[in-house]
Design a protein around this ligand. Structure first.
Ligand code: SDX
Length: 389
């Protein structure tokens, strides 16, 4: 297929699979969704168009865009019984826990969406999932701060609606800042898919057992939550704050800790399994971070500290020899922070952005005629047979 090497379609049996969705060149720092370069998409598209592209394999026409967006808005409400779910959830629950629980419970409230492999009216199913998960994320945030939820509005676009649901309250006449909406749009595009990463592999693994799309995405949310994966964006900020509070802003100690083999500490937002050059998304995120802070008139000492830490990493042989560069999580948290998004919502934003990619990868796996249940094997290194004494 287009010169692709054909791997075992069972994907988890050999650790490699075949896919048409996303292309990464880790050496050259290239990322393309369905052949479109990430820089072009981030600059010129709306997130809903990139979601359409990932699921359908092509960018939508004007009419397809309008229908997709209309569906997105029309299906943005959650079943009112899900409110009781929120009421019962503890305020201190991490929003990622709430989001994962919401994802799996959606299949209870919308069973007709369970079999999303059926191509007919796939848009109907995909837009409901994309839209409801955004609403659930905003509701999870409101729950975490003890505020009343704000319903989606049909007159707002995807990103504006999300921001409005997050920041409007009954006592403020909140207007969505176009700078924040534009920044969210770009951030969601940067996160929309990334080939066979940990959480996408989990979504496919769970789906390969015949589990419905919601259950598969719920599992992917849990995998993404890990600090070595999507949770890193939250941990980058916590790391930078600790440099200020514990090391008086001196990055040397944290760099030394990261190099110390006796210390399990890793520099958050640095390194990548595939990119052995600068993550192309990190380049976009870095430029965007400075643009958004300037546009919002925000100054944040953590941004200069991040630049200082990046300079130290890029100049240090330990990192250079291991091809360790900033990844997508290094600067994105600083932008979310400037937008007023709280730290414990950073990975939720990553998850909302990643949903179209998870759907596309899940559909591709489910529609693979050779597809089989994921079942890795092992090399056994334990005891040979021995009798019970
Ligand atoms: C994401 O896969 C994807 O595509 C993921 C993602 C996506 O969009 O889905 O891109 C999103 O998860 C980005 C990564 C976010 N995580 C972090 O920023 C956490 C910090 N990074 C590291 O934990 C690490 O770099 C990983 C987890 C990202 C990658 O781990 P690998 O591929 O297993 O790297 P490795 O452990 O084999 O590292 C090779 C060497 C080791 O040293 P040696 O044994 O050769 O002496 O590099 C060292 C590692 O100790 N190393 C680091 C380091 N990352 C790797 N040393 C210090 N700090 C780090 N961050």
């Amino acid at each position: 297929k287009t010169g692709m090497i054909t791997y075992d379609p069972g994907f988890v049996n050999t650790g490699c699979c075949q896919s048409d969705v996303t292309y990464i060149d880790g050496e050259k720092g290239i990322l393309r969704y369905r052949g479109y370069d990430i820089n072009d998409l981030a600059e010129k598209c709306e997130f809903v168009d990139v979601a359409y592209l990932l699921v359908h394999g092509k960018l939508p026409s004007r009419e397809q865009h309008d229908e997709f967006s209309t569906n997105m808005n029309y299906h943005s409400l959650l079943h009112e019984d899900m409110r009781h779910f929120f009421d019962a959830y503890p305020d201190h629950a991490h929003p990622m826990a709430t989001l994962s629980a919401m994802a799996v419970s959606l299949s209870t409230f919308y069973p007709e969406l369970e079999d999303a492999t059926l191509q007919e009216n796939i848009d109907y199913k995909v837009t409901r999932l994309l839209s409801k998960m955004r609403t659930a994320a905003a509701f999870a945030y409101k729950k975490s701060i003890g505020h009343p939820i704000v319903y989606p509005r049909p007159d707002l676009k995807y990103c504006e609606n999300f921001i409005n649901m997050m920041f409007r309250t009954p006592v403020n006449s909140y207007e969505v800042d176009p700078v924040v909406a534009k920044a969210l749009n770009k951030l969601l595009i940067l996160h929309a898919d990334h080939e066979q990463n940990c959480s996408a592999s989990v979504v496919k693994m769970v789906g390969s057992a015949g589990a419905n799309l919601y259950a598969s995405i719920s599992a992917g949310i849990c995998a993404l939550w890990g600090p070595l994966h999507g949770g890193a964006n939250q941990h980058v900020i916590e790391m930078l704050e600790r440099i200020i509070t514990e090391d008086k802003g001196d990055v040397k100690r944290v760099v030394a800790r990261a190099k110390d083999k006796n210390d399990p500490f890793r520099l958050m937002g640095v390194g990548h399994r595939v990119y052995k050059s600068y993550d192309p998304r990190a380049k976009v995120a870095k430029t965007m971070c400075k643009d958004v802070l300037e546009a919002l008139g925000v100054s944040d000492p953590l941004v200069d500290l991040a630049q200082e830490l990046e300079d130290a990493v890029l100049a240090d042989d330990y990192f250079v020899e291991r091809n360790l560069y900033p990844n997508i999580d290094f600067y994105t948290g600083l932008t979310y922070r400037a937008m007023g998004i709280p730290t414990d919502m950073f990975t939720v934003m990553f998850a909302i952005g990643r949903i179209p990619g998870w759907i596309a990868q899940w559909l591709e796996m489910r529609e693979d005629p050779h597809g089989r249940i994921g079942r890795p094997r092992q090399i056994y290194t334990g005891h040979t047979q021995r009798p019970v004494e």
